[in-house]
Design a protein around this ligand. Structure first.
Ligand code: ADP
Ligand code: MG
Length: 240
């Protein structure tokens, strides 16, 4: 579903991705872990064209990602992203936030979009918050609205960039629970996270990125229980 082949990316003379090769199969959950500054967000942002890359290739379901081509709009409707800081529209209700993309980007029928948005908010446990504004919601609730918004686009895959890092500890569980349910429904997910327990339980495989290179990748159980590289071992010691 998502394929990286020798992806290189620099900001000016600063090389951030130094040849990333990896793949995420349809219905797979892949956790991307690694130290701060290793290029995790940059790699995610390249997938839906929020950043350009200099060489190599990223493809979604066989279609190459090129941030500067018109096809990128199509890619963005097929791959949703959930950010650390929710990025909801503050002057729109939860329901309006969820309806926005299908209504104005996909130009779908308003009545159908509304019905589906209510169903999605119900699915993430927010049936009673459809008319609430983001400012009146907790961080965990806002992030669940953001996940409902991502799902409203009926994407082929969802990218999560540290979806629980900005949350108070007591709200992490409710967001991970929603993500766990998505994984059980075989949503294709690429998740940047420091929640190693979540990765261990939910991920099919783990990519460990360090200094712009994938140092280790493989089945979650294996890598998290028995990392081979010293850098992975160090990292896991620090976050667990
Ligand atoms: P991570 O998400 O793993 O913490 P990032 O992908 O955010 O890492 O950043 C990787 C490196 O790229 C860092 O050194 C960061 O400072 C640099 N970087 C990220 N975005 C930009 C940008 N827009 N301009 C210049 N440098 C950037
Ligand atoms: Mg990041």
């Amino acid at each position: 579903m998502i394929r990286f082949d020798d992806v290189h990316k620099s900001f000016g003379s600063h090389q951030v991705l130094k040849g990333v090769t990896a793949g995420i199969g349809k219905g797979e959950v892949v956790c991307l872990i690694g130290p701060s500054g290793s290029g995790k967000s940059t790699l995610l942002r390249c997938v839906n064209g929020l950043e350009t890359y200099q060489s190599g290739r990223i493809a979604i379901d066989g279609q190459p990602v090129d941030a500067e081509s018109s096809g990128i709009h199509d890619i963005r409707t097929r791959v949703s992203m959930v950010f650390q800081r929710f990025n909801l529209f503050p002057h729109r209700t939860a329901l309006e936030n969820v309806m926005e993309g299908p209504l104005y980007v996909l130009r779908q029928d308003a009545a159908e979009v509304r019905e589906r948005a209510v169903a999605l908010l119900t699915r993430v446990g927010l049936a009673d918050k459809v008319n609430a504004y983001p400012g009146s919601l907790s961080g965990g609730q806002q992030q669940r609205v953001a996940i409902a918004r991502a799902l409203a686009m009926q994407p082929q895959a969802i990218l999560f960039d540290e979806p629980t890092s900005a949350l108070d500890p007591e709200m992490v569980g409710e967001v991970l629970q929603v993500m766990r349910a998505l994984a059980e429904e075989h949503m294709t997910m690429l998740v940047v996270t420091h929640e190693i327990q979540f990765a261990r339980e939910v991920a099919d495989s783990v990519l460990f990125l360090d200094g712009g290179r994938i140092v280790e990748q493989g089945p979650a159980g294996e890598i998290l229980r028995n990392p081979k590289h010293e850098r992975t071992q160090d990292f896991l010691r620090r976050v667990t």
